[in-house]
Design a protein around this ligand. Structure first.
Ligand code: SF4
Length: 246
């Protein structure tokens, strides 16, 4: 129980990362470098504040009544929460023991025994598929797509409820042929309950500036309604509910 975690920040009343009112834990560290990342300040796993599991649970428990009342729970996001999977697994287990529902928002890039253990106590996975074309995926993120798809197979095998998240960036992830292939692919995953379409926004841009990072999307606009509607329709070919999270 002495595993510590490095946390970027905590949000007590989140409403966009899973059902109901969420206690959102932004974990520090990420192995990917997505061009459209809204939280580059979470990339470095050595930054943030260190918590013991007990300290974090104390914070979480303060909001339990709100979570119970709203059908919410705790969401781990980041950064990539499974980079610190050993710590996350401990908290997930503690939450299960307290009757608190847990969601993990992940790119699916990391796999190890701690990830498997965390998933044992996870009620919902928000799986970010940055692109379904492996070449575009690598260009956008700097990493490979295949670990994400392998994780999705594992989630199906274990029947873990999953929401797919897709960030729509004009000129980058609006390759509709690949989106159509993704929709067809998801048709085969009964554990996938819905798909969330997230429009790219410019709100994280200032962080890239502050961190003096090479941001390539200054000239990229947010997607317009016509493009969002077109992509939503294509994703609906998966047979899943598709929500537009603006
Ligand atoms: S996986 Fe998430 S946190 Fe990591 S770089 Fe991509 S968008 Fe940012």
């Amino acid at each position: 129980m002495n595993e510590k975690g490095r946390i970027h920040s905590l949000e007590s009343f989140g409403t966009v990362d899973g059902p109901g009112i969420r206690f959102v834990v932004f974990m520090q560290g990420c192995p990917l470098r997505c061009r459209f990342c809204h939280n580059p300040d979470t990339w470095d796993v050595n930054k943030g504040k260190e918590y013991t599991p007990e300290q974090l649970m104390e914070e979480i428990k303060r909001y339990k009544s709100f979570m119970d009342y709203s059908g919410g729970g705790v969401t781990f996001t980041g950064g990539e929460p499974l980079l610190q999977a050993a710590f996350v697994a401990v908290i997930c287990k503690m939450c299960r023991e307290q009757g608190i529902s847990v969601a993990i928002d992940t790119s699916g890039f990391i796999w190890n025994e701690h990830v498997a253990r965390a998933l044992e106590y996870t009620d919902l996975v928000l799986l970010d598929i940055k692109n379904y074309d492996p070449n575009v995926y690598r260009m956008i993120t700097g990493g490979a797509l295949s670990p994400t798809l392998k994780l999705l197979d594992y989630l199906r095998e274990k029947d873990i409820k999953t929401w797919i998240r897709y960030v729509l960036v004009p000129g980058l992830t609006d390759n509709t042929d690949s989106i159509r292939q993704l929709a067809g692919f998801l048709f085969n995953y009964p554990n996938v309950e819905k798909v969330e379409l997230l429009p790219f926004h410019k709100m994280g841009e200032y962080k890239w500036k502050e961190l003096d990072l090479d941001y390539k999307l200054y000239d990229t606009p947010e997607p317009d309604t016509a493009l969002l509607e077109e992509v939503k329709k294509i994703l609906e070919e998966s047979g899943k509910e598709v929500s537009l999270n603006i």
